[in-house]
Design a protein around this ligand. Structure first.
Ligand code: TRP
Length: 342
């Protein structure tokens, strides 16, 4: 029996992982996986909230995101991947928790509201779209997680999970759910290469963990600072310096560069761009190398094994929750055989 505190976190598979994912949550997962029991969820059911007509893309993105996590340093011996669609207890728990959250509370969730605006969903979104916020509470609570490493954009969802955990324990007793704590990344908001919006795939402004050295150099070269000469005082908080602070290991050196930059002391953007590109490449080069070792078959093999581990935990939680709700009508006999070839 392990007594390590539990982590659950995850991502909606929408494409490859980028530097925003890395500084927001991924580096915390990698750092904490050794002394925590770490569950890394792939929210492939949530992907259907806005892409229900693209099942092939969602399947490909699901495998791709796990490959990216493995390449980045998630150790499949230490951490457990959770493919959301393979864990029936999550779906059941979503339905049960939905009874404890007022509808109006869901619709006031600021992250949900921001998504409706940014994705221009108007009032055309599916019923399942707002439901995903309750689903996210179930993801976290199904694993009785203590800690949830996420980017700050997820704060509202973690707050909902905390509320529903407290409410469940208060109504049904038994302290079934720990109240989970969020853990935010060291960079609050990483801008994309447009220098304005948050880095995201949908805005086309991302540097991917799988980008080549050449792609990285080209993307960094395109960063716009508006500066005309090496003696023009520059803004030491512009996107270039935000990247320098996020990715150059020697921060004394970055402070020195920022100081010269602000004074316009004969320092060109090109010099700093070269250093930033080299630092980012040094971070992702080992990931590029490791990625090659994870074929589709290798990834699927890991997912099958991890699905077994994940279901053992989530089924145990569901049994406790149902017992607390007086829904314990005899033993549950689900089995999870290996998928037979069709
Ligand atoms: N909503 C998160 C995102 O899009 C993904 C997610 C789903 C998640 N369930 C979670 C994150 C549980 C943390 C915990 O990035």
């Amino acid at each position: 029996m392990t007594t390590r505190p539990r982590i659950l976190t995850g991502d909606t598979p929408t494409g490859r992982l980028h530097l925003g994912h890395f500084v927001g949550s991924l580096e915390n997962r990698i750092r904490l996986q050794r002394d925590h029991e770490c569950y890394v969820l792939v929210a492939n059911v949530h992907a259907f909230t806005t892409r229900a007509t693209q099942p092939d893309d969602i399947r490909r993105d699901t495998i791709e995101i796990v490959r990216d996590e493995l390449a980045a340093g998630i150790d499949p011996e230490q951490s457990t991947f959770v493919v959301q669609s393979e864990i029936p207890a999550i779906a059941e728990l979503t339905f049960l928790l939905a009874m404890l959250i007022p509808y109006s509370r869901v619709m006031r969730n600021p992250t949900l509201k921001a998504e409706i605006t940014s994705k221009q969903l108007g009032d055309h979104y599916s019923f399942g779209f707002p439901l995903y916020t309750v689903g996210q509470c179930a993801d976290i609570l199904a694993f009785r997680a203590n800690l949830v490493p996420v980017g700050e954009d997820q704060a509202a969802h973690i707050e909902m999970a905390r509320e529903v955990a407290r409410r469940f324990n208060q109504v049904y007793g038994d302290e079934v759910f720990p109240v989970p704590e969020p853990l935010f990344g060291r960079v609050a908001r990483l801008p994309g290469i447009d220098g304005v919006e948050k880095m995201s795939k949908s805005r086309g402004n991302a540097i991917y963990l799988s980008d080549s050295a050449d792609e990285i150099r080209k993307k960094i070269a395109r960063l716009y600072t508006g500066r005309q000469s090496t003696t023009e005082p520059g803004d030491p908080d512009n996107v270039l310096f935000q990247y320098a602070r996020a990715f150059i290991p020697d921060q004394d050196h970055v402070r020195e560069l920022a100081d010269r930059y602000a004074r316009g002391a004969d320092i060109g953007d090109g010099t700093i761009k070269a250093e930033v590109a080299a630092a980012i490449d040094a971070l992702v080069a080992p990931m590029r190398e490791r990625r090659a070792g994870f074929t589709d078959d290798a990834v699927l093999e890991i997912l099958r094994e991890h699905t077994r581990r994940a279901n053992a935990v989530a089924e145990d939680t569901l049994a406790r929750a149902k017992a607390a709700m007086r829904l314990d009508f005899g033993p549950r006999r689900l089995s999870f055989p290996d998928i037979a070839p069709r």
